[in-house]
Design a protein around this ligand. Sequence first.
Ligand code: FE2
Ligand code: FE2
Length: 374
Amino acid sequence: MADGNITKDVMYEAVSPDDFESMLNLDRYGSRSTAFDRIISATHDHFWDPLDKKYIDFDEPFDMENQAIMPEELVPALQTKYVSEALSDPKERIRFINQQALRSFSSILHGEQGALNLSASLCHVLYDQGAQEYAANQTREEARHVTAFAKYIKARWGRPAKCSPVLQTLLVEIIGSPEVYKKIVGMQMLVEGLAMGAFATFFQKMHDPLGRKLMQLVMTDEAFHHKFGKIWADRTVPHLTPEEHAVIEDWAAHCFQTLLFNLVAPHEQRDLYEEFGLDPDRVVAEFAEIATDDARREDMKEATNIFRVLIKTLLNAGIISDRTRAFYGMYVDMEELKGEGDTMVGDAIAEDGIAYLKTINFRDHGAGLKIAAE
Ligand SMILES: [Fe+2]
Ligand SMILES: [Fe+2]
């Protein structure tokens, strides 16, 4: 049954995606793991609805023409002398920042769609009822993220930008893969970790209050998704054979490298530079000059740096061994990272968000349960 899944705990046992018959096994109904019950129950505490103005109002205005939606420091191309000097007109500069932000939020939207389909795909392969209910619950939460980011992009820009080929390839690979470890390492540990880091940065730095609110609401859910990956690692990594460990470690390094070098790469944005009358070759060349490994390492010192978060996640999960330690060591001081413990960036923001949601969700407690008719 386990084939290439590298299953070390019965609750992660999996069947092939088209094997529904196994789900009808009578013994299966009687044994349900309880490891995820608290995460599943917590969904009621941090419930929110992107269609209900009580939680978030996508009609809140923002002057996109005269105000940058995020600070310049979040736009790597503007750190080059060429782009910074070429875009000296204040309005044009704001338009450039806001178009760059559209790319970022579109990537997040496509990532959320990926998370929705990925967790739905876990429902088809996970054999344990508890793990399956967890995946179904995550699917439901990812669905509201897709709704929320689609509404935000519609309100501010009208229409999302296309998914980058690199992100698309990674999402297609993990959604279609039958192996549970590929799905969990790729999505719950890396893409979700990346998302937590990105949301924390946007929450702290965005100029648009609606955007900041959206980040916090989404983080109240994402913090739990990341925990699912951590529980998997805790129950799997210590029991791996050296060969299995190498397979998982290599897969994690592959995903990390894909995300690091390509997701925000300037060559994916050539059409954007052209739209602003810039020479894409020159932007790419100047960007390469400033994006040296030293510069990346310096950037990663900031706690919310998204890639630092990923390395910390892999390190704490025991996935990084001496085989790949030097590879990650190019970007961060591994000893320093280890000394920081396992507090996840964004957890504090998510906790504040959950406390806020509880005041909304339980304000009318006792008023009687209403069941929507449609
Ligand atoms: Fe999500
Ligand atoms: Fe998620």
